[in-house]
Design a protein. Structure first.
Length: 72
């Protein structure tokens, strides 16, 4: 994805992770999670309220434990 195609929010997030020396795979995974959150919301994640964020965090937590239970 070119810099022109990246949203300001995504650029800012990647810049912050780069400054903090996050590994490229970690950065990719975090950006992917935010993309999934945007799909869940149906809009930009920077417009989410705390309840919507909490629901998504709960869902990620639940799915993480479910995938461990099934050996994924």
């Amino acid at each position: 994805m070119t810099d022109e195609a990246k949203s300001p929010l995504r650029r800012h997030m990647i810049e912050d992770m780069t400054i903090r020396r996050f590994a490229p795979k970690t950065q990719h995974d975090y950006v992917q999670r935010i993309e999934n959150f945007a799909v869940f919301l149906g809009r930009s994640p920077d417009t989410a309220c705390s309840l919507e964020a909490r629901i998504e965090i709960f869902s990620l937590h639940r799915n993480h434990h479910a995938s461990k239970a099934f050996g994924r």
